[in-house]
Design a protein around this ligand. Structure first.
Ligand code: SIB
Ligand code: ZN
Length: 438
């Protein structure tokens, strides 16, 4: 077995020896390109391993995907809780965000990456500002991410011009990084913060650049009633009218949808990001109609939302909240069984971001998580999906690989103390600056 220090610095092929995959024990071979080359009997012959990881007492599962975050909001964790969404945003969050700097976003995004890696997430879909600094954090941490500048014009032409420039600058910057793990998306925030002109620019630009769209959709009832009052149609139709619903669109929340809207999202091939913890915390008072979205073929994945409305980035918790909320809200104990919750966090998430199948199969990117099979939450282990969704949280994650690179091993992530200290210092100074200007 390779030593802990060498595991993080060595590059090349990786053998995970004797891990449990879907109930049977198998070796996993990962080649130098970070792709799963073989699983099972062929694995030892497939590569001449540079790194060997002991997989005994480990459950191997695909890396988890978080399809809706505002990563740097880790700095606002616990800053304002227990409020109405509109008041929370306009009275607390937006005034504090006005003082955020690029350095803050770098420190906050690094803390978010650390938190995600520690809970088994390898890829995330982020919408925020100073996204060039978020990209630097993702690059340093070795994760995958799709990064969008949160486009908000509030119906003002001058602001729209600025948001267009910021969006174009981010897309150019990400292209210049030439990092295969980092991609750009266009991020029209929502129908209540972006004008029709803004929405249609975002859709055109995404199409022209061949990139995805990341948008909030029908989070609250007020969003829907205001949209109907202003535009005479529900938010889904407004987004569709301006071209924002595509197979590369991730729509976060999707709570207040009727059946016809779910059918349209399915027809357009949209991915819906379910964020049950945030939705319950902000009391949006309606659970995403998962049954309709599933029936009409929308791709339903999971997200945490930002750390100010969750307040963590643990997708294990999100799997459990999703499975429980759906059952409770729609009065159906058979709705969203454990196996489907795992699929939402893995295969559906990977499809939403276009990063491979999100499965442990030959030819797939080696995005692999090893869980402690001997942990209390995994004892007994009748059905791994059940333990993963209902009993475990991210604390059961021992090792994380992204594209064949080891990001965490035996729960150690290189540099974690500094990341925590720097984020804590950034948060302190942010609050200080906001206080001094008030
Ligand atoms: N260009 C914008 C930045 C937008 S970033 C995305 C925004 O989404 C906000 N946000 C976070 N969580 C939610 C949510 O649940 N609903 C709506 N907006 C949210 C977040 O605080 C941030 O302001 C500007 O100049 O203000
Ligand atoms: Zn959000």
């Amino acid at each position: 077995m390779t030593d802990l220090d060498d595991i993080f610095t060595a590059r090349g092929s990786v053998l995970i020896a004797g891990a449990s995959i879907n109930g049977s024990t198998a070796d996993i071979a990962i080649d130098e390109t970070g792709t799963i080359a073989a699983i099972g009997e062929d694995a030892r012959r497939a590569i001449d391993a540079d790194i060997v990881i002991d997989g005994s007492d480990r459950l191997a599962v695909p890396g988890l995907v978080n399809t809706h975050t505002h990563a740097a909001m880790t700095l606002l964790r616990g800053y304002a809780d227990d409020m109405l969404l509109q008041e929370w945003l306009s009275q607390k969050i937006w005034p504090l965000e006005a003082h955020l700097t690029g350095d803050d976003v770098y420190a906050g995004t690094k803390l978010a990456c650390l938190e995600m890696i520690k809970s088994g997430t390898v890829a995330f879909n982020d919408m925020y500002f100073f996204m060039d600094r978020a990209a630097a954090a993702v690059d340093d941490m070795g994760m995958r991410a799709t990064l969008a500048y949160g486009f908000i014009d509030l119906g003002m032409e001058e602001k729209r011009e600025a948001e267009i420039k910021a969006t174009e600058a981010l897309v150019d910057h990400i292209r210049s990084l030439n990092n295969p793990r980092i991609q750009a998306a266009v991020g029209p925030h929502s129908v209540y913060t972006v004008s029709p002109e803004g929405l249609s620019w975002c859709a055109e630009y995404a199409k022209e650049q061949g990139i995805g769209i990341h948008v909030h959709l029908s989070e609250t009832e007020k969003e829907v009633t205001d949209c109907v009052a202003q535009f005479g149609k529900r938010p889904t139709y407004l987004l569709d009218e301006y071209g924002c619903l595509t197979p590369r669109t991730v729509a976060a929340h999707c709570c207040w949808l009727d059946e016809a809207e779910c059918r349209l999202l399915g027809e357009r091939g949209v991915s819906a990001s379910h964020n049950p913890a945030s939705n319950m915390k902000l009391a949006v008072n309606r659970a995403m109609p998962y049954h309709w979205l599933k029936q009409y073929g929308a791709n339903v994945a999971l997200g945490t939302d930002g750390c100010s409305s969750n307040n963590n980035l643990d997708i294990f918790e999100e799997m459990k909240f999703a499975a429980l909320l759906q059952k409770f809200a729609w009065n159906s104990p058979t709705l969203l069984p454990a196996g489907e919750a795992v699929m939402m966090a893995t295969a559906a998430g990977a499809r939403a971001l276009g990063i491979g199948p999100g499965t442990l199969t030959v030819g797939a990117p080696a995005d692999i998580v090893l869980l402690d099979a001997r942990a209390v939450c995994n004892t007994p282990l009748y059905n791994p999906d059940s333990n993963i969704v209902y009993a475990c949280n991210g604390g059961a994650v021992m090792t994380v690989l992204c594209g064949g690179r080891v990001l965490m091993h035996e729960r150690t992530v290189p540099g974690e103390e500094e990341i925590i200290q720097e984020a804590a210092a950034a948060a302190r100074s942010l609050i200080e600056r906001a206080k001094n200007s008030a």
